[in-house]
Design a protein around this ligand. Sequence first.
Ligand SMILES: [Zn+2]
Length: 81
Amino acid sequence: MAVQKRFIAGAICPRCAEMDRIRSWEQNGIRYRECVSCDFFEQLPIEDESAPELSTRVNQPREEQTRQDIQTVKILDPKAR
Ligand SMILES: [Zn+2]
């Protein structure tokens, strides 16, 4: 298991406010961040960040199309008669 821990250039630790002390690496679909100056440690799921966006993009156009169809019908009907 080769895990590359890389320093994030310009990153500021949210706890001790030191710059260039944050190391980041990814393992098993999780992104880890830690500070070498203090005890700051953070883990973020990588897969969960992209999954909700994909489902939202699929659902939104359908709702917009349905609303437009309903509005168009309501507007056109009175003019036609
Ligand atoms: Zn720190």
